[in-house]
Design a protein around this ligand. Structure first.
Ligand SMILES: [Zn+2]
Ligand SMILES: [Zn+2]
Length: 391
C-alpha cells in the first residue's frame, strides 16, 4: 500500500485544489461505507480520506511536498485540522439532526435509491449458477457537471432568504408567548444555496438516466424469491451522492420433470410392471442434463448428466429411492438429495398370448381370486406429511 497521498487520490503533484477535491469526491462516492460496507473497502476509504486531509490543507500539503511524512501527524483520531466526520459531513451531509436544534444547511448529496429487478432462470440455472447480462435502467452521475448540478464554470450561490443557513426562524404568537422555531428554508429547500445556472444535461439533479448492461453472476443454490444484492449498482444519489444497491430477485421457471423441495430434487419415473417385479438397471437423466456445455468445454468440466439407477426386484409402486448428494447445491456448501419416486405401470392392453401368460402366473402364485385387504396408510408422501403434522 502506497503512502503517497497523491498516488492514493490518483492526482498529479501539481494538481489544483479543485482537481484534488474532485478526485476525492469521485473516490469517496465509490468507497463510501453506505455503498461498500466490506472492511477492505472501508480501509481504502479511510486511506483516501486521510490523503485528502493532507492534500486539501495547504500547510500540510507543503510540509509533505518538502519531504515530510504525510501521515505522521494528525491521524488516528485526535489531530489537528478537520476530522474524518467533518469530511463526511462536508460531502454527504451530517447525521441525524438533533431535535429542534439548528441543523444548518443540508447537503445536496444523498444516497441513491436501491433498485430491484426480476430475473427469470431455469431450475438448472438456479441450482448450478449462471452468469447473465442484465439491462438496467438507472441513474448515473452526470459527467457534464460531475454530479454537482451546476453548469460548467458556475457555482452554487448562498441563498439570500436564509443567508446560507438552510433554515429560517419562524416566530409564532401563542398564549404561552412567542415561540421561535427553525424551519427548513423554502427558497433553497434547506440546501443553503441555490444553483443559478443549472447543468443543462441533468437539469441540476447531478444525475442522468441511462441504460447499461451489467454482467451478473448468480451463485449456485439460489431459490425462487432469493434476492442477490449487488452493492453500489443501484441509482446514484442526487447531488453526486453514493449509489444505492441493486437487488436481483430470482424467479425460477417450473421444470418439466424435477421439482425442488429445499435443497432436494424430486422426480418420478414409471416402470413396466415386469421390470418392477424382476428388477432392472436404468439410466436416469439428471438436472445437470439441462446445462449447456459446448464442444469447447473441457471434458473434466462437463457435468455428469445421467445416473445409473439400480431398481431392486420387487420394487413397489409409490416407493422412493434416495440418491444422496444429487440434489441442489446449498448456498452454504454441500448438496441436497435426489428423491426418485417410482410409479409402476400396469399393462392395459394385453394380446391373447400375454393374457394367457399372466393368467398362468396368477394361477402359479395362487392369485386367481384375491381378497381385498384393508391396509395401513402407505408411508409415501402423505404418510410423511401426516407424521409431520402429528409430530
Ligand atoms: Zn449535470
Ligand atoms: Zn435558503
Amino acid at each position: 500500500m502506497t503512502q503517497d497521498p497523491y498516488e492514493i487520490l490518483g492526482v498529479s503533484r501539481d494538481a489544483s485544489a479543485d482537481e484534488i477535491k474532485k478526485a476525492y469526491r469521485r473516490l469517496a462516492r465509490q468507497l463510501h461505507p453506505d455503498v461498500n460496507p466490506d472492511p477492505e473497502t472501508q480501509e481504502r476509504f479511510k486511506d483516501v480520506s486521510r490523503a485528502y486531509e493532507v492534500l486539501s490543507d495547504p500547510g500540510k500539503r507543503q510540509a509533505y511536498d518538502r519531504g515530510g511524512d504525510a501521515f505522521s501527524q494528525g491521524f488516528g483520531g485526535a489531530g489537528q485540522g478537520f476530522s474524518f466526520t467533518d469530511i463526511m459531513d462536508a460531502f454527504f451531509g451530517g447525521g441525524a439532526p438533533g431535535g429542534g436544534q439548528s441543523r444548518g444547511p443540508r447537503s445536496r448529496a444523498r444516497r441513491g435509491q436501491d433498485a430491484l429487478i426480476r430475473l427469470d432462470v431455469t431450475l438448472a440455472e438456479a441450482a448450478f449458477g449462471v452468469t447473465r447480462d442484465l439491462k438496467v435502467d438507472t441513474a448515473l452521475t452526470c459527467e457534464t457537471c460531475d454530479g454537482e448540478g451546476t453548469a460548467p464554470g458556475t457555482k452554487p450561490v448562498a441563498c439570500e432568504t436564509c443567508h446560507g443557513q438552510g433554515e429560517v426562524a419562524v416566530v409564532q404568537r401563542s398564549f404561552l408567548g412567542e415561540i421561535r422555531t427553525l424551519r427548513p428554508c423554502a427558497a433553497c429547500r434547506g440546501f443553503g444555496s441555490v444553483i443559478p445556472d443549472p447543468c443543462r444535461e441533468c437539469s441540476g439533479d447531478g444525475r442522468v438516466r441511462s441504460r447499461r448492461t451489467l454482467t451478473v453472476k448468480i451463485p449456485a443454490g439460489v431459490d425462487h424469491g432469493t434476492r442477490v444484492q449487488l452493492t453500489g449498482q443501484g441509482e446514484v444519489g442526487p447531488g453526486g451522492g453514493p449509489a444505492g444497491d441493486l437487488y436481483v430477485e430470482i424467479h425460477v421457471e417450473p421444470h418439466k420433470t424435477f421439482t425442488r423441495h429445499g435443497n432436494d430434487l424430486h422426480t418420478t419415473i414409471s416402470l413396466p410392471m415386469t421390470a418392477a417385479a424382476l428388477g432392472t438397471h436404468l439410466t436416469l437423466p439428471l438436472l445437470e442434463a439441462d446445462l449447456t456445455s459446448t464442444a469447447e468445454t473441457p471434458d473434466e468440466e462437463k457435468p455428469v448428466t445421467t445416473y445409473d439407477l439400480d431398481v431392486r426386484p420387487g420394487t413397489q409402486s409409490g416407493s422412493e429411492q434416495v440418491i444422496r448428494g444429487f440434489g441442489v447445491p446449498s448456498l452454504r456448501g454441500g448438496r441436497g438429495d435426489l428423491v426418485v419416486s417410482i410409479k409402476v405401470d400396469t399393462p392395459t392392453r394385453l394380446d391373447p398370448r400375454q393374457e394367457e401368460l399372466l393368467r398362468e402366473l396368477a394361477a402359479i402364485r395362487g392369485e386367481e381370486s384375491p381378497d381385498g385387504q384393508n391396509e395401513a396408510p402407505t408411508r409415501g408422501m402423505f404418510g410423511r406429511l401426516r407424521d409431520a403434522f402429528q409430530g
